[in-house]
Design a protein around this ligand. Structure first.
Ligand code: AP5
Length: 222
């Protein structure tokens, strides 16, 4: 059975950081809606131009656009054995559309891993984040610095700060998360899929907790 997982949590919780590590461990792709939008933005496609209007303000891109984009991604052959979804779904209509998509493929979610981090720490993490332009690896200036300043440890790519990494946009993104995405916690709790993980610990400890939770859920999955 494919290993379909969601990593949920507020901006800066560490979803991207953990999804990249889990993807290596589990051998399934990391599908991040934000990364797909940023790739379109970088290539200046029509989708990128549309998404920019929302991303720059910390608002959500409309559901129909986002759902269509993820549907297309999930139909790619590399998603056959499962995926780690990061940043999707973010609204109830997106969550319902995902259930529908997976059911049409004869699949169902194995676990929704909710990484919990308090707001003050989120703001600190987001303020110090640097991302590799080439491979998307994520660093933090104090909490997870690269070996050479400004350079990715993995491929030597240049590190940059995301355009939506400003204090004003961070606060808006956290607010939008509380209003539109936090309700998904009870949605998935009701389905018996939610596993809560303390995301305030060091990166490796969070990874260990996630892997243990996935193993337990995987064994229980029909
Ligand atoms: P998106 O790219 O999804 O951003 P986000 O959800 O706001 O999450 P982030 O990527 O900011 O944080 P993260 O949890 O991945 O943390 P990270 O691992 O980087 O979305 C961006 C925008 O795209 C949205 O605002 C919206 O406009 C649009 N969008 C995307 N999906 C959409 C959807 N489904 N519907 C509509 N619109 C959508 O870590 C943060 C920092 O902390 C890093 O510096 C890292 O090194 C550090 N860190 C991580 N973990 C730890 C730890 N355990 N200890 C110490 N430091 C840590």
């Amino acid at each position: 059975m494919p290993l379909d997982l969601i990593l949920m949590g507020p901006p800066g919780a560490g979803k991207g950081t953990q999804a990249k590590i889990l993807s290596q461990h589990l051998g399934i792709p990391h599908v991040a809606s934000g990364d797909i939008f940023r790739d379109h933005l970088h290539r200046q496609t029509p989708l990128g131009q549309l998404a920019r209007q929302y991303i720059d303000r910390g608002e959500l891109v409309p559901d129909d656009v986002t759902i269509g984009m993820i549907r297309e991604r999930l139909e790619q052959p590399d998603c056959r054995d499962g995926v780690i979804l990061d940043g999707f779904p973010r609204t109830l209509p997106q969550a319902r559309a995902l259930d529908q998509m997976l059911s049409e493929m004869g699949r169902s979610l194995v676990a929704v891993l909710y990484i919990r981090v308090q707001e003050e720490l989120l703001l600190r993490r987001l303020a110090g984040r640097w991302t590799c332009r080439t491979c998307g690896a994520v660093y933090h200036i104090e909490l997870n610095p690269p070996r050479t300043p400004g350079q990715c440890d993995l491929d030597g790519g240049a590190l940059y700060q995301r355009e939506d990494d400003t204090e004003e946009v961070h606060r808006r993104r956290i607010q939008v998360y509380q209003e539109q995405t936090a309700p998904l916690v009870s949605f998935y709790q009701d389905q018996g899929l939610l596993v809560e993980i303390d995301g305030e610990r060091p990166i490796q400890e969070v990874t260990t907790a996630l892997l243990q939770a996935i193993e337990i859920r995987r064994m229980a999955h029909p």
